[in-house]
Write a protein that binds this ligand. Structure first.
Ligand SMILES: Cc1ncc(COP(=O)(O)O)c(C=O)c1O
Length: 407
């Protein structure tokens, strides 16, 4: 084992990061199924409540099983990044009951009546509905535009002093558009706007938005981080540790979006193989995208590793690999998509993504059903678009299943 001064590798952190041995010498951190925690004395409870002493209080405010998952994800998201003083970047992660929970805590903590959120086409459907339908009711209006040209984004920011938060999802669900984190984050800094990034599709294995000095990163941990489809969860990460420990923690507790010990345990266990899994996910996806791109029955493939993807240069700049997500359209549109999905024998027809098995879904009728058809089409989510999360099966078995279903 390396000495303490040698930084641990990414895969090692996936396994050991965040683990604290516990009193009964269990190999893995157990599932702490306890809703409340005891104090040695009245004085100690006062100190823990004041934050003068570390300690667990109540299940909604965290527990040791949850803490391990949080610490592990914080280490992975900060991996290899230094802060302004040259020290390893410190991040604070707060685990939530879902990705939407993490996004909600972040938005409620950072915008208030009279302010605006600037964001882009083709967000995850739930996020889009939150920003477009829920927050306007609280006096926070959205400005939704194409983020590909940073000059146009800058013009929009300059024209509207109410814009106070920039929300980025890259690569975006399900069109795989990729946005320039460096350019967009520097606009945020220039105009004093909070910048946050949904990193669910890329994961810290492929992309680390904190390299570009963003303020927050969110994940649906339900996806690649868990990796086995066993638990819903979300995480909010921030680099302003004082703010994360104070107002953001407060909002998290008041909104009640906490995770629970059982699902945190499943997440931690999934994370132990995260680095290994991602390598195989990515190489399989590359093979599937290449196969679909040359198929005579396929009209279009959105995959960030294909040379004709309009955002390939941005993807190469900020991602380690094009990833494991793709979407495509068959010749024959919606009807062909329905037939294709119904004929799959091994690949699974289910929403969600990032699981060991290959998942195929139809965004227009599922994840984006709450987005109007007009907006869907504007964002590139056509009636026939099929989304695919490429799994860990033998690549030939995935290709054979696709081949017989397309036929
Ligand atoms: C990119 C992205 N962000 C956020 C979410 C929401 O996550 P959850 O379903 O865990 O609430 C999803 C869900 O599919 C997603 O794909």
């Amino acid at each position: 084992m390396a000495d303490n001064s040698t930084p641990l590798g990414f895969d090692t952190l996936c396994i050991h990061g965040g683990h604290t041995p516990e009193n009964n010498r269990a190999h893995l951190t157990p599932i702490y199924a306890s809703s409340t925690y005891t104090f040695d004395s009245a004085e100690q409870s006062i100190d823990i409540f004041k934050g003068d002493e570390k300690g667990y209080i109540y299940g909604r405010c965290g527990n040791p099983t949850i803490a391990e998952a949080e610490e592990k994800i914080a280490l992975l998201e900060a991996y290899g990044i230094n802060d302004a003083s040259g020290s390893t970047l410190q991040l604070k992660a707060i685990l939530h009951g879902s990705g939407m929970g993490a996004i909600s805590t972040m938005l409620h903590s950072n915008v208030s009546m009279g302010q605006k959120i600037i964001s882009h086409f083709s967000l995850y459907g739930g996020t889009y509905e939150l920003v477009e339908k829920v927050f306007p009711g609280l006096g926070v209006e959205p400005v939704i535009m194409d983020f590909h040209d940073p000059n146009k984004v800058e013009d929009a920011i300059k024209a509207d002093k109410q814009i106070s938060l920039m929300y980025i999802e890259t690569p975006a669900n399900p069109t795989l558009q990729c946005l320039d984190l460096e350019a967009l984050s520097s606009l945020g800094k220039k105009y004093g706007i909070t910048v946050c990034v949904d990193n669910t599709f890329a994961t810290p294995y492929l992309q680390q938005p904190f390299k570009y000095d963003v303020d927050y990163v969110m994940h649906s941990t339900t996806k690649f981080l868990n990796g086995h489809g066993t638990a819903v969860g979300g995480v909010l990460l921030g680099k302003d540790i004082d703010k994360m420990n104070s107002s953001i923690t407060k909002m998290h507790r008041l909104l009640g979006g906490n995770s629970n010990a059982f699902e945190a345990f499943l997440l931690t266990n999934g994370l132990r193989t995260f680095g290994l899994r991602m390598g195989r996910h990515c190489s399989n996806a590359e093979k599937v995208a290449g196969y679909l791109a040359q198929h005579s029955g396929v009209a279009e493939v959105n995959y960030l590793g294909l040379p004709n993807h309009p955002d390939i240069a941005t993807a190469r700049k900020q991602m380690k690999h094009a990833g494991a997500m793709l979407s495509f359209e068959l010749k024959g549109g919606f009807d062909a998509a329905v037939k294709f999905i119904n004929h799959l024998k091994m690949c699974t027809n289910a929403i969600s993504l990032g699981t060991c098995d290959t998942l195929v879904s139809h965004p227009a009728s599922t994840t984006h059903v709450g987005v109007s058809r007009e907006h869907r089409l504007q964002f590139g989510i056509t009636d026939g678009l099929i989304r695919m999360s490429v799994g860990l099966e033998n690549a030939d078995d995935i290709l054979n299943d696709l081949e017989q279903a397309i036929k």
